[in-house]
Design a protein around this ligand. Structure first.
Ligand SMILES: [Zn+2]
Length: 420
């Protein structure tokens, strides 16, 4: 009897204690999965506060990307998540702002599929703290919605299977032996091989995950039922590469400005990047066949850009014809990139002042080496806004598709002769 009372009291006491966080399970951080990157700074089990810093190796690019799994959450509890970006101050000899690693809103998920944004965090110099109430025992947090090599492969396979117009192919294998998945989309056959060709690629900079979501939105729209998508795929053959820098995306490294040069400073004859080499070869072949008309390279820009924008060719570097095509493409884009996330008014350039290696930037390589009727564009989609989540990014991808369809209603090859 007495022992029953003791047991009852003990049980009551245990329940009472466990309603506080004192006997909550320990919070545990892991990042040993594809795309993961986090070095634990501190875990305060009582305050339920987790502090990490991005764990990328600076030789493989700016260490601004972070992505980790948190276990031991009591469903319904509020977690404080801190990211310390002190290592960004000096990376690869460059002074970098912590802004690159600290979005206003972090990306979070309880299943690694649906990604939402946290509420805006509280910033204090080189660190930021976000607060999230989580109704699960496990959650994932990241700089932005992740898109890893298996997502690229799954996207290519899924569309290959579900759409009669999409065909998956392997662009190449990387230096580390990983496959670079890609897709072509076209409708109705191209027996005489004269159709216009469009090339869209993302993630020359591995940490810019939003670019792959923009690309996914583009290609899903392109394989869908919108009559304008049907029109575009009947007129063109579209090539799409969801992730160019597969290796750094897989290992959770930043990629941007890696040593000795990154993918988007690697467009020259002896490039060490297999994806760039394979892309250059295909693009050159398409241009020799007088088929290539547009090349779009997808990126995420600096933290303070609120809207999407295109980098265009410096006025002094393009011919009259090239400038005309570029202006027509931008005008078509302005009609499609509407509220709530219109195109930025300004059109910056990537000329000699932008980067000493500007000639080796993909869009500039296109402008220098392809025929005058080819537009080469970099689309930068803002990542630090309330729209910068999968749905918002995919909307930008659809708009890119609409802009291409509008622009290509007139075949740019018909109003000029070849320039080389
Ligand atoms: Zn970039």
């Amino acid at each position: 009897m007495l022992s029953d009372i003791v047991k009852g009291v003990a049980a009551f006491f245990a329940i009472a204690v466990c309603t506080t966080t004192l006997c909550a399970e320990e919070l545990r951080v892991t990042s040993d999965f594809p795309g993961g990157s986090a070095q634990v700074v501190q875990i305060d089990q009582t305050a339920r506060r987790v502090s990490i810093r991005p764990a990328g190796d600076p030789q493989f690019g700016w260490p601004c990307w972070w992505y980790f799994r948190l276990d031991g959450i009591q469903p319904g509890e509020t977690i404080r998540l801190e990211v310390v970006a002190d290592q960004l101050k000096r990376t690869n000899g460059q002074a970098l702002s912590a802004n690159w690693a600290l979005p206003s809103r972090a990306a979070m998920s309880i299943d690694q599929k649906q990604w939402t944004q946290t509420q805006p965090g509280v910033r204090d110099k080189d660190r930021a703290v976000w607060t999230a109430k989580i109704d699960a025992t496990t959650a994932w947090f990241a700089w932005g919605p992740p898109f890893v090599p298996s997502d690229a492969e799954a996207l290519a396979k899924r569309l290959d299977k579900s759409s009669p117009h999409a065909k998956a192919f392997t662009l190449c294998r990387t230096r580390a032996g990983r496959v670079v998945p890609a897709l072509t989309v076209t409708e109705g056959g191209d027996d005489d091989g004269t159709r216009m060709a469009v090339w869209v690629q993302a993630r020359q900079h591995a940490w810019e995950s939003g670019a792959s979501w923009v690309g996914r939105g583009f290609v899903e729209w392109l394989t869908g039922d919108d009559p304008r998508a049907v029109q575009l795929r009947k007129q063109t053959v579209v090539y799409f590469v969801p992730i160019m820098d597969i290796d750094n995306t897989a290992t959770g490294n930043g990629g941007k400005n890696q040593r000795p040069y990154d993918h988007n400073r690697g467009w020259f004859a002896d490039t060490q990047w297999n994806a760039v080499k394979a892309a250059m070869q295909k693009l050159q072949a398409l241009d020799q066949q007088q088929r290539l008309v547009a090349f779009i390279d997808l990126h995420n820009p600096g933290a303070n850009s609120p809207r999407p924008y295109f980098y265009v060719a410096a006025p002094s570097l393009v011919s009259e014809q090239q400038r005309g095509h570029q202006e027509r493409f931008i005008a078509a884009s302005r009609l499609e990139f509407v509220e709530p996330w219109p195109l930025e008014k300004d059109l910056p350039t990537t000329g000699p002042q932008y980067d000493p290696l500007w000639k080796r930037i993909s869009a500039n390589w296109i402008r220098q080496n392809m025929r005058d009727h080819v537009v080469g564009m970099t689309l930068e989609t803002a990542w630090n806004t309330p729209h910068s989540h999968p749905t918002g990014y995919q909307m930008i991808g659809q708009r890119l598709g609409l802009a291409l369809e509008r622009y290509l209603r007139t075949d740019p090859r018909t109003d000029e002769s070849k320039n080389q």
